[in-house]
Design a protein around this ligand. Structure first.
Ligand SMILES: Cc1cc2nc3c(=O)[nH]c(=O)nc-3n(C[C@H](O)[C@H](O)[C@H](O)COP(=O)(O)O)c2cc1C
Length: 191
């Protein structure tokens, strides 16, 4: 059995819906479990994030998928606090050779989401992880089409301010991304 951890922050629920879509795709691949971990602002004290249960869960996983909304063209502060709290893990290189992937959601069609994915990838590279890109050719740019925002580094999704549920194309893209991540996890792990 392989384990994929999906660790995300979400304020309004859209990034969370992406996380659930990825988990659905991961679980559709036999012998693969997906565990969701939510970063909460309440785990921040004096600007520092702390949650040993989440860190232990991430350590147990074969693959970690990182997800955050895009705030001011980058990683949301709550999520950056989590990333920075993993500095000790970086020192030990305890995530070295785990697979990594990333996703983000924003209101703007661009909204500078690429910068967010780059930030997620760079921290994964610092940990010595291996990055899995989206790997899905865009079907078109309509709301129901796969990878409609034409992203390659990771999963990008977008919703309007008054929109509760994700566009169908984004939801399907999340599911396909989860499948790809699960497949990659099985191919990469020897045992
Ligand atoms: C502080 C703040 C900054 C934001 N900055 C951006 C931005 O730079 N680009 C953009 O397209 N949307 C921006 N947004 C909109 C968020 O990306 C959007 O609310 C978020 O993706 C919703 O995800 P959630 O429902 O998971 O919280 C911003 C929202 C907030 C609260």
């Amino acid at each position: 059995m392989k384990n994929v951890a999906i660790v995300y922050f979400s304020s309004g629920g859209h990034t969370q819906q992406l996380a659930h879509g990825i988990a659905e795709g991961v679980r559709s691949v036999p012998q693969t479990a997906a565990v969701l971990w939510r970063i909460e602002g309440s785990d921040l004290r004096d600007g520092r994030w702390k949650n040993e249960e989440i860190l232990a869960g991430l350590q147990r996983s074969d693959t970690i998928v990182f997800g955050t909304p895009t705030y001011m063209g980058g990683i949301a502060a709550q999520y950056k606090a989590f990333i920075d709290a993993c500095g000790g893990i970086w020192y030990e290189q305890a995530w070295r050779n785990k697979l990594a992937a990333g996703f983000t959601h924003s209101q703007g069609l661009s909204g500078d989401k690429l910068n967010t994915l780059e930030g997620l990838m760079i921290q994964a590279m610092q940990h010595g992880m291996l990055w899995v890109g989206l790997g899905i050719r865009p079907e078109g740019s309509s709301p129901e089409q796969i990878n409609r925002l034409g992203s390659y580094l990771g999963l990008m999704a977008q919703s309007e301010a008054d929109q509760t549920n994700l566009f169908e194309g984004d939801r399907q893209t999340a599911r396909l991304f989860g499948q790809r991540i699960a497949d990659a996890t099985h191919r990469w792990q020897r045992t």
